[in-house]
Structures are given as structure tokens and as C-alpha cells.
Design a protein around this ligand. Structure first.
Ligand SMILES: Nc1ncnc2c1ncn2[C@@H]1O[C@H](COP(=O)(O)OP(=O)(O)OP(=O)(O)O)[C@@H](O)[C@H]1O
Ligand SMILES: [Mg+2]
Length: 251
């Protein structure tokens, strides 16, 4: 089983420190981990730091996978590249490879990635001519096509309709379960976190605010500290926890 452990991670842009000392227990594969925090808390920066795109103090220890088994899907999926969907997914698969030849297994992997996101019918459309949600689905296909063992996705459902949000989160949960991969998702919708993510990592004020099982760490107190809102956690009619926001926190 793969695991990722963050130890004393820090990041800065120029002189501005974004966070420091982000330390977690081993984040295990096979399940989804949520990364939560307010706008500008540093979620995307933490992903860049883990993905090796930013230098800084601390280390990321990956057990059971090599550093090149990590894929990071950034928050911005806009593109001006003159590529079809199919070409973009092939390029993502071939990113670290030496040969441009596509063997049958690779062709099948591209087909599977398109099919699993139900975007086969977009295969020969230009990326620049897709809707925002369609582009986001292509980015997810590009991220999963090489079957990474560590997946970082920055707000993967932000452009999707309700049906697609559900479908993508189910897909990611199944992917984690069936491959044992570590899958960390930055999310703003805490009801998605409650429903799909077993672990939660929260950042605020330049440090790690909480880390642990979602049922243990995501509560009214944390939501007030992270977002400044009053929220209630109740069981829905089927017994699952849901969050209801009542308003801004006082003081
Ligand atoms: N390239 C950059 N150069 C300088 N500052 C940056 C850069 N990218 C982000 N920042 C700043 O770093 C801080 C953290 O930004 P980051 O994008 O990590 O936040 P976030 O938690 O992902 O927010 P959001 O929920 O809005 O996506 C913000 O104050 C932001 O303005
Ligand atoms: Mg972000």
C-alpha cells in the first residue's frame, strides 16, 4: 500500500511565507483524503510544494511508489494548446516516456481514461472548443491515464454539474480503492468531504489546523476557525452526516 507523509513542509513566494511546519501522519492509499481551507489558505501552494514545483523546508516521504508516480492536477485547466482531447490524453500518458510509439496497452489506457470519464464522444474535439466542465473532465482523464500511485487534484469538481460531481467523486473513490493509490483532493464543498473523504487535512493561518479521520476533525469548531461561519452537523434521513450553514460567526 502506498502512503505519503508530510514532514515540516514550508513554502514561500519571494519573502512571503505561505505556510510552515505542515506535518501529517502517514496518509494511506486506498481512500480519499480531503485538503480543506479558506481561499488563499495555501492549498494549491501545498500541492505545488508536494509535487516538487516549489522549494522550501521539510520533506514529503512517499512509501510504496516512486516520485514519478505522482500526478498533480492544477486548479486552472484553461488551455490555449491546439490539441484534440485524444492528443492531450496521449501526451499526458507519454509525459515521462522515451518512445512516442503507442503499444496496445497504452492505446487501451487512453480509451479507458476517456471512457471512465464518459468523454469518448469528445475525443476529436479541440481543447479550446470545450466547455469549462468538459475541460475539467479532460484534465482528470489526463491525470489518471498513467495510473499514478499518488494523485493530487486541486478542486476537481469545481466546474462540474451535480451529476458529474457525483460521478467523478465515485470514480476517484473507486480508483483509490482498486489501485491503493493515495488520492488527495482540495475541496470547498464540505458535504462532499463528509461523504467521500475518509481523511481530512485542514490548513489556516499559515499552518496545519487539523489532520485526521474526517468524522473526528470536521466539526462546527473547525468550520468556524477555517471559514468564520456557524455550521451544524446533523444526520440526514439516511443517517449520513450533513453540514448546514446557519450564517457568519459572530466576533
Ligand atoms: N505565484 C504566486 N506568487 C505570489 N503569491 C502567490 C502565488 N500563488 C499564490 N500566491 C499567494 O499565496 C497565497 C496562497 O495561495 P493558494 O493559491 O495556495 O491558496 P488556495 O488555498 O489554493 O486558495 P483558493 O481556495 O482560492 O484556491 C495567497 O495569498 C496567494 O495570493
Ligand atoms: Mg487553490
Amino acid at each position: 500500500m502506498v502512503s505519503v507523509t508530510l514532514s515540516g513542509l514550508a513554502a514561500r513566494y519571494g519573502r512571503k511565507a505561505i505556510f510552515s511546519d505542515v506535518t501529517t501522519p502517514a496518509l494511506h492509499g486506498g481512500r480519499l483524503t480531503a485538503l480543506i481551507g479558506a481561499n488563499a489558505a495555501g492549498k494549491s501552494t501545498l500541492f505545488r510544494r508536494i509535487a516538487g514545483q516549489l522549494d522550501g523546508a521539510g520533506t514529503t516521504v512517499i512509501h510504496g511508489a516512486a516520485p514519478h508516480d505522482l500526478r498533480y492536477m492544477p486548479q486552472e485547466t484553461n488551455t490555449s494548446a491546439a490539441l484534440t482531447v485524444y492528443e492531450a490524453v496521449v501526451l499526458a500518458l507519454k509525459q515521462d516516456k522515451r518512445s512516442w510509439r503507442l503499444d496496445p496497452a497504452e492505446l487501451a489506457a487512453v480509451d479507458d481514461a476517456l471512457k471512465s470519464l464518459k468523454i469518448e464522444d469528445l475525443a476529436f474535439r479541440q481543447l479550446t472548443e470545450l466547455s469549462g466542465g468538459q475541460r475539467q473532465l479532460v484534465s482528470i482523464a489526463q491525470t489518471l491515464v498513467c495510473q499514478p500511485r499518488v494523485v493530487l487534484m486541486d478542486e476537481p469538481t469545481s466546474a462540474l454539474d451535480l451529476y458529474r460531481q457525483f460521478e467523478v467523486l465515485e470514480l476517484l473513490r473507486d480508483y483509490a480503492r482498486s489501485t491503493g493509490a493515495v488520492v488527495i483532493l482540495a475541496l470547498h464543498d464540505l458535504n462532499q468531504v463528509l461523504r467521500y473523504c475518509q481523511m481530512t487535512l485542514a490548513i489556516a493561518g499559515g499552518r496545519m489546523e487539523a489532520v485526521g479521520e474526517t468524522t473526528e476533525v470536521v466539526n462546527s469548531d473547525l468550520v468556524r476557525r477555517l471559514y468564520g461561519v456557524e455550521a451544524r452537523f446533523e444526520a440526514c434521513s439516511r443517517g449520513h452526516p450533513i453540514m448546514i450553514v446557519d450564517g457568519q460567526a459572530r466576533g
